[in-house]
Design a protein around this ligand. Structure first.
Ligand SMILES: NC(=O)c1ccc[n+]([C@@H]2O[C@H](COP(=O)([O-])OP(=O)(O)OC[C@H]3O[C@@H](n4cnc5c(N)ncnc54)[C@H](OP(=O)(O)O)[C@@H]3O)[C@@H](O)[C@H]2O)c1
Length: 275
């Protein structure tokens, strides 16, 4: 019996209970093999994943990763092709960048995913140093009142942004870069603040670490227990940071997907909790 996402436990997201082991779809378009991407999505859901993270700008060639060739491949469209009609328990979180035309981007996400309303939309700050997100979050709250969005989150933020957003509308998740070798003290504080406020913390780059968009690079200087890969350790470490922390490791590989999902069953501090 393979380890499934069920072994990672559950946490609240968007008024539902999701497995703490989710899946990030940014890497799906790196490989031009569309069938492989669809198989990866099928396998993720088959292994119990019911929380996907995406964005309309996860597209190759030309998107965030800047890789690939050939016709455009949108991660959100691959999700639709693989999984629509969607399982009832599936939560798909997407994001829009604060510097973009927000209504237009929300409509693009609706179209690519083939839904009438988006489960979760994260307002992703273009510039984390921005003093305020209020204007943009107000606009998304308006789209939520129109029924285009069910729940709101924020991404690439500081604590004062969370305060600003919560004064406008409920926030169900915060998505920041965070990992064993990629963590600012202010993000650790924000992670704990999210737990106090009943908000899910959804770190990205938990496997890639300091490699960020370039992907995983070895050398966090951490001790890896025997029988566990460094990637698995990174995911287990992430899940160990709190019961409200959701993992969304990204991969375009079936083998890596299975390896990552198996990490949800590892329990710290059965081995070292890292530096
Ligand atoms: N809010 C935001 O601003 C933001 C920004 C970036 C990402 N995100 C979201 O967060 C998700 C996670 O981030 P991410 O995908 O950039 O980074 P990640 O999950 O931290 O790491 C992905 C990288 O690690 C490699 N990898 C994954 N599992 C592996 C394994 N078992 N063995 C070896 N290599 C492995 C992947 O390559 P392979 O494909 O070869 O496995 C890829 O290079 C994204 O998919 C996206 O949904 C959000």
């Amino acid at each position: 019996m393979p380890v499934t996402a069920e072994d990672s436990g559950t946490a609240a997201l968007a008024g539902r209970s999701v497995r703490r082991m989710g899946f990030g779809t940014m890497r799906l378009t790196a490989n031009p093999d569309r069938d492989l991407a669809i198989r990866v999505l099928h396998r993720a859901v088959e292994l119990g994943v019911n929380h996907l993270d995406t964005a309309a700008f996860y597209v190759s060639p030309g998107g965030t990763l800047g890789v690939g060739s050939g016709p455009k491949r949108y991660a959100a469209e691959l999700i639709r092709a693989a999984l629509s009609p969607y399982p009832d328990d599936l939560v798909i979180a997407t994001k829009v960048v604060s510097s973009s035309p927000l209504r237009e981007r929300v409509e693009t996400n609706l179209r690519l995913l083939g839904v009438d309303a988006l489960d979760v939309v994260n307002l992703r700050l273009y510039d984390r140093a921005a003093a305020s997100l209020e204007v943009q979050f107000e606009e998304l709250a308006g789209l939520q009142r129109e029924g285009l969005i069910r729940h709101l989150g924020i991404s690439n933020v500081h604590r004062h942004h969370l305060d600003q957003a919560q004064a406008i509308a409920p926030v169900v998740c915060v998505q920041n870069a965070y990992g064993v070798d990629l963590r600012l003290p202010s993000d650790t504080e924000l992670l704990h603040e999210c737990e106090r406020r009943g908000i899910a913390f959804v770190p990205f780059f938990s496997v890639a670490g300091t490699g960020r968009e370039k992907g995983y690079t070895a050398g966090a200087g951490i001790t890896i227990p025997e029988g566990v890969s460094e990637q698995q350790f990174r995911i287990a470490w992430t899940l160990h940071q709190g019961p409200h922390v959701l993992a969304i490791p990204g991969t375009g590989s079936l083998a890596h997907l299975e390896e990552n999902i198996a990490a949800g069953a590892l329990r710290l501090p059965a081995f070292t909790a890292g530096p």
